[in-house]
Design a protein around this ligand. Structure first.
Ligand code: MTE
Length: 329
């Protein structure tokens, strides 16, 4: 059994974890699309150190309830690089419902996670609405340490706690007509204002999708926790999708609905720009994003010292042995 215990180190300068061209490019895309003025709000994240008050608030946001100790799946107990420190992962997030920069963690604390329900519906024999306790009781909860790769060319290693998506498939029994699944994230314009006051035409709620065969793959995972605790809100509490061979945008956060469908659903980023964010979203060093290379990535970790290390991108993020057969032909 592995319980991840990482040192808490809240005092890392923001400037060391928040500089990347791809991030600004993505904001530029949103700006171009909706004609909004976003420039001013990105300035505060550059070069500013966290105050001790902010450090305490960050610590409080990450200090969520412990999950009872779970076994680490031995197939996913280690990877070829260091674990990312939770104080970095927990304040370097993409959660556009709460804003368009990486520093949304304070705003995300507004997410109302009490009495959360996840509706599983569509082309299934056993439709059902689960609460989070049902999920913890009825599905095999385990820990998995996965590489995580964002389309913006940064990466981390994260210890998720949750259950394989294939166990939900077994419980709800999709019918023969079901070929795709759609995940819908929480959305309430009062609580999740989006990246800017002027943006009204983004395709909310955030949705993502998979082919059924992808969802049934051994790697596809629903996370309820991270670093031994229930998910902090900035990571997509109380339940999110984790698909380590795909770019991070495929992993919808704060899921409220899971629908089994006959046809490929429209998804958030693919609707915004299908050339930049294809439906498949597989990590591929040989397929550049239209505006930047995917050949290398910046790996964010903290071992003996802070690391922001350039590494070659791995095909399928290093998980080809599990998933390459899904894409033959
Ligand atoms: N899910 C929702 N609902 N909203 C988002 O903006 N961003 C995606 C994904 N899931 C996003 C989302 C992107 S682009 C990434 S890289 C990951 O969440 C980031 O997850 P993290 O903040 O926990 O590292």
């Amino acid at each position: 059994m592995t319980i991840i215990r990482l040192p808490k180190s809240w005092e890392i300068p923001e400037s060391q974890v928040t500089s990347e061209t791809a991030y600004f490019n993505r904001r530029r895309l949103l700006k171009t699309l909706v004609g909004a003025t976003l420039g001013a709000s990105i300035m505060p994240i550059l070069g500013c150190e966290q105050s001790s008050e902010a450090n305490s608030a960050l610590a409080a946001s990450l200090d969520t309830a412990s999950l009872k100790p779970v076994e680490t799946n031995p197939a996913f107990a280690q990877v070829d690089r260091l674990m990312t420190d939770q104080s970095l992962a927990g304040r370097y997030n993409n959660f556009y419902e709460f804003g368009g920069n990486k520093s949304i963690w304070p705003k995300a604390q507004k997410l109302p996670t009490e009495d959360w329900k996840v509706e599983v519906t569509g082309l299934v024999n056993n439709p059902r609405t689960y609460d989070i306790d049902d999920l913890k009781k009825e599905f095999p909860i385990e820990e998995r340490i996965y590489r995580f790769r964002c389309v913006e060319a940064w990466s981390m290693v994260l210890p998720w706690i949750g259950f394989p998506m294939k166990s939900l498939i077994a419980a709800v029994e999709p019918t023969a007509q079901a070929k795709f699944v759609r995940f819908t994230s929480f959305y309430d314009s009062e609580i999740t204002p989006g990246p800017g006051l002027h943006i009204g035409s983004l395709p909310w709620p955030y949705t993502e999708g998979l082919r059924i065969e992808e969802m049934a793959n051994e790697l596809a995972f629903f996370a309820l926790g991270i670093y031994g605790h229930i998910l902090p809100k900035q990571h997509g509490a109380p339940i999110r999708a984790v698909l380590p061979w795909k770019y991070g945008f495929k992993g919808a956060k704060s899921i409220v609905k899971i629908e089994f469908l006959a046809t490929q659903p429209a998804t958030y980023w693919n609707t915004i720009d299908s050339h930049e964010y294809d439906f498949e979203g597989n990590v591929n060093p040989n397929k550049p994003h239209p505006r930047w290379s995917q050949a290398t990535e910046k790996f964010i970790s903290k071992g003996p010292g802070l690391s922001w290390e350039k590494r070659p991108t791995l095909p399928y993020n290093g998980y080809g042995e599990y998933v390459a057969s899904l894409y033959v032909g």
